[in-house]
Design a protein around this ligand. Structure first.
Ligand SMILES: Cc1ncc(COP(=O)(O)O)c(C=O)c1O
Ligand SMILES: N[C@@H](CCCC[NH3+])C(=O)O
Length: 416
């Protein structure tokens, strides 16, 4: 059955989710090519003729099937490790459209990125600058760089996913940035091309982005006074999605506000959206294993757990949970919990649902920071990942087996 997009949230046709669960088992991540495409196109259309690149943040969902869909649309990619770099290459992404972010790039990661021709390094410390210069020198290459500045702006989001405050580890204090740029311009093997700034994730207001941009533009002017020319601004990712009642700005409004602020300045624009492209393009399908009503609480124990989707446990994040085949019966309040041996193993609390043992549930908005943050905790094999493309369903990652779980491990030889 085809998929439909409604109100910025993805609703899979119930019949198709039912069939998918029966065919492929649960837990299963199910993504929609149509939804990914539409979310990416929102950005590409909003950027329009303005020079720049939409660099999808690979960390949100790094499945190479997902990356390939975006690469075919012309996306660039924001990577934070050589693992992400290799995934993008295998998915057919262009190295020149990659930006390499992250506070801890190793020399060998830099070397590989230079070897393949990554478009820009977003440098996050003065130390890193020196290492990059040495690595580039040793390869007779020139690394294009932006300095990631920390503008000390409150993104008004969860403290664990706020990155643009002084107390966060990310970027270089914007007040120190001129000196670091001057150092960069004196080092061999580096070419200054941009300024980078990413203030946090799941932002639901435009103003913090604009406040950060204000500070970045002041920096661009100060750099111009010192003879340092900036060609592009990388404004990071961070635009939020609707999980519950939040109403984040539309992509087109957000980008229009940025263009308006830039006015006549001839600066190319890069964006690094992750969540706003992938989150609402996916659901996590899970089946109710057992119902355990108690005097204090009703627990619905499902076959997905915090190892599959850690956002509720880690950030107290709320994601919609809906029955795939709604029942015409009285609802009760349930905590939806997994089989993992942790009290924090919950996917949703206090959800009013009419459910029975064996029912199929869909956890909405799971396309971003779902599978990528999953683990094998409690020796649970990871879920499969499926992509719906029109009427077809493709397995884009097989369900792990117990053999996969133990494949990398070894026991000691017998000692005499
Ligand atoms: C440097 C950088 N760029 C892009 C992103 C993607 O953010 P989001 O998924 O909120 O768009 C992140 C994550 O917060 C990030 O740290
Ligand atoms: N993992 C976070 C977002 C972190 C963004 C990465 N800097 C989440 O699920 O909301």
């Amino acid at each position: 059955m085809p998929l439909t997009l409604q109100n910025n949230s993805l609703y899979f046709e119930q019949a198709s989710l039912d069939a998918i669960a029966n065919q492929f088992g649960t837990p299963a991540y199910v993504y929609s090519r149509a939804a990914l495409t539409s979310a990416y196109q929102d950005y590409a259309n909003a950027l329009g003729e303005w020079p720049g690149t939409i660099c999808y943040a690979v960390k949100a969902n790094s499945n190479i099937g997902v990356l390939n869909v975006l690469a075919r649309l012309g996306a660039g990619f924001d990577i934070v490790s050589v693992g992400e770099l290799e995934r993008v290459l295998r998915a057919g992404g262009q190295p020149s459209k990659m930006v390499f972010s992250g506070v801890g790039k190793t020399a060998s990661e830099m070397a590989r990125a230079l070897e393949v021709g990554v478009g820009c390094f977003n440098v996050e410390s003065a130390n890193e600058l020196e290492t990059l210069s040495q690595v580039a020198g040793s390869q007779n290459k020139v690394a294009s760089i932006s300095i990631r500045v920390n503008p000390d702006v409150d993104a008004k989001t969860h403290p664990y996913i706020s990155t643009g405050l002084k107390e966060n580890k990310f970027g270089i204090d914007i007040n120190d940035a001129v000196a670091v740029y001057q150092r960069a311009s004196s080092l061999p093997g580096l070419r200054i091309v941009g300024v980078d700034c990413h203030i946090g994730s799941q932002l639901t207001e435009t103003q913090p982005f604009i406040d950060a941009l204000d500070r970045v533009l002041q920096l661009v002017d100060k750099l111009a006074d010192k003879g340092i020319t900036i060609h592009h601004l990388d404004l990071g990712g961070g635009l939020g999605v609707t999980y519950d009642q939040e109403v984040p700005p539309a992509v087109s409004d957000y980008i229009s506000a940025i263009k308006a602020k830039l006015g006549d300045r001839k600066l190319a624009l890069m964006f690094e959206p992750g969540r706003s492209i992938a989150a609402n393009a996916g659901v996590l399908l899970t089946r109710v294993e057992y119902l355990k009503p108690t005097e204090h609480k009703n627990f619905a124990i499902v076959d997905a757990a915090m190892n599959d989707l850690i956002r509720p446990a880690l950030y107290q994040a709320w994601q919609g949970i809906v029955p795939v085949n709604p029942r015409d019966a009285d609802s009760q309040v349930w905590d939806i919990v997994g089989p993992v041996c942790e009290t924090g193993d919950f996917l949703g609390k206090d959800r009013e649902l009419a459910i029975e043992q064996g029912d199929l549930l869909a956890i909405k908005s799971s396309g971003a920071y779902g599978f990528t943050m999953s683990s094998n905790y409690n020796s649970r094999p990871r879920a499969c990942e499926l992509m719906v493309d029109g009427d077809a369903v493709h397995v884009i990652r097989k369900r792990e087996t117990i053999d996969d779980l133990v494949a990398l491990e070894a026991i000691l030889p017998a000692s005499e």
